[in-house]
Design a protein around this ligand. Structure first.
Ligand code: CDP
Ligand code: CDP
Length: 202
């Protein structure tokens, strides 16, 4: 029997951090679905056609630091508005969710579109100011000279595009548990998420 944890929310809410910790705690596999869109976005920045890039993507070949930057994030959010791109990435995500050891998938539409029958759905959020500051600190640690205002504008533009698109917009599923991490440390947010998953498994 598979066990799927769906974690959605806006940029830099802490989805990835929570997903990795939940996966490690329960021995589940983890898929950061944003990486799929980032990989397509990066190929489009290099001149490829979005739908062709999505169809040709080999999801086993994704980890690359080059996918982490803000330019690729914006390109990802642009290609993610195209229903044909989303469609090309769906089967891989659904297959991953059925992994026999259990699976955590994080993104924007996991609980609503990709895995509507997930056993646990979390919608992780935080104020835009908090999220921008978190992302800005990461960028600073990596030597970026972007200002906090630039990062905030970037995050807000992406949130608006993600929540406003017609296909699979960023939204909490009706049965998702809301986790606002604005006032939480990483440890607190992780402990809360693990408790929610443990309760659902019991
Ligand atoms: O995956 P997502 O973009 O939602 O966020 P992330 O990459 O997991 O987290 C963004 C940053 O916020 C990381 O540097 C975390 O350490 C930090 N953070 C957090 O995730 N949760 C908190 N409660 C506080 C900070
Ligand atoms: O780490 P962060 O939350 O900043 O972004 P990400 O999760 O890597 O996602 C990059 C972009 O991919 C998002 O802004 C969305 O436009 C898109 N995305 C999506 O549409 N659906 C998903 N399931 C995951 C990401």
């Amino acid at each position: 029997m598979s066990f799927t944890v769906a974690i959605d929310g806006p940029a830099a809410a802490g989805k990835g951090t929570i997903s990795k910790a939940v996966a490690a705690h329960f021995g589940f596999a983890h898929l950061d679905t944003g990486l799929l869109y980032r990989a397509v976005g990066a190929r489009v920045l290099a001149g490829a056609d979005p739908v062709a890039a999505a169809r040709a993507l080999d999801p086993r070949d994704l980890e690359s630091d080059a996918l982490r930057g803000p330019d690729v994030a914006q390109a990802a959010s642009r290609v993610a508005t195209d229903p044909a791109v989303r469609d090309a990435l769906t089967a891989f995500q659904r297959g991953f969710a059925l992994r026999s050891e259990g699976a955590v998938l994080d993104g924007r539409d996991i609980g609503t579109v990709i895995c509507p029958a997930a056993q646990v759905k979390l919608f992780v959020t935080a104020s835009a100011a908090c999220r921008a500051e978190r992302r800005w600190k990461e960028l600073q640690a990596n030597g970026s000279d972007m200002t906090l205002d630039d990062v905030l504008a970037d995050v807000q533009a992406r949130d608006a595009r993600d929540a406003g698109r017609a296909t699979a917009p960023l939204a909490a599923a009706a049965d998702a548990v809301l986790l606002d991490t604005s006032e939480m440390t990483v440890d607190q947010a992780v402990a809360e998420a693990i408790a929610i998953v443990a309760a659902a498994r019991a």
